[in-house]
Design a protein around this ligand. Sequence first.
Ligand SMILES: Cc1cc2nc3c(=O)[nH]c(=O)nc-3n(C[C@H](O)[C@H](O)[C@H](O)COP(=O)(O)OP(=O)(O)OC[C@H]3O[C@@H](n4cnc5c(N)ncnc54)[C@H](O)[C@@H]3O)c2cc1C
Length: 319
Amino acid sequence: MTEIKEKKAQENVQEVAIVGGGPAGLTASIYLSRYKVPHLIFATEVGGFMNETDKIENYPGFVSISGFELSQKMGDHAKSFGAEIVPEQVEKIEKEGELFVLHTFQKNKVLAKNVIYAVGTISNKLGVTGEEEFKGRGVSYCATCDGPFFKNKEAVVVGGGNSAAVAVFILAEHAKKVTLIHRGDLPTCEPSYIEDMKKNPKIHLIPNANVVEIKGDERVKSVVLDREVDGSREYPTDGVFIEIGSGPNTAPIKELKVELNEKGYVKVKADQSTSVENLYAVGDISTNSNGFRQIITACAEGAVAAITIFEKKRRSAKK
Ligand SMILES: Cc1cc2nc3c(=O)[nH]c(=O)nc-3n(C[C@H](O)[C@H](O)[C@H](O)COP(=O)(O)OP(=O)(O)OC[C@H]3O[C@@H](n4cnc5c(N)ncnc54)[C@H](O)[C@@H]3O)c2cc1C
């Protein structure tokens, strides 16, 4: 395994700055390295959402692999080709003339000719009292990461889609009781998940209910529902896992005024270019791949952005 190369962000001009170290950003880096295009990756972790995935069973070459392991493998692959990772989060990207200026939360500033924006999505918030206060103290958005802390405890999962169902099964491996609180008569996840939930004595379902408040002292103690369950609107729990989908993460590029679609994802052409010259968007944040947000499509888009930049550079060198 190659040694991790971490480079402090410096105030010099980079050919390409990749923002985000998920599968899209790491693949863009692998291809740029192969094309000998210098670049930096801003990433506080390698692997992105893959790290939150228990098992991946649809990425070719691996019948079944943990998300953490695939993250490490992709990170090592990128690093072995010379990827330079700046372990900082980009707060804001501006454009000054031809160049992008990337400001990090750690107060560094980097100039770049091209930016590959690969930040993925962020988990939707419930927006209820107590959610922010108890974040990290019982409120979580990642069952894979925090499930093991619930050994012999009780947890609720809020949501009804496939992500919520997966979170329920992960938690049921650790917790003594897991309750899925969902809005309709039935969760909207795949029917086979519902069948499996009903077979598991640890798993309980509360239909037709919304969480309106999260309460606790040092840590979460209960959730308040908008209807009574067993004679009370307060439902005791040690933790709340919020699994109500995710949305695009465009705050850092707000000032660039890049064109977005009606759902807020960055509009891209087939070559991953955006409405802002030399800004490319790849992976879950982009509108490509027919909106099919998966590891394989994220990797593909990262590769396409890299070849686009390489070809453009080659053409301008010929002039
Ligand atoms: C629970 C779950 C299970 C899934 N299971 C599968 C599966 O089995 N198979 C499959 O193919 N897909 C699966 N997916 C989808 C897959 O994980 C995503 O499609 C894929 O990870 C998207 O890659 P990405 O690189 O675009 O973004 P991400 O993986 O989200 O990576 C983006 C990275 O950018 C970082 N970042 C964000 N903002 C900044 C910033 N301002 N500065 C620097 N870095 C930043 C983030 O921290 C993150 O590390 C799953 C997703 C979830 C949530």
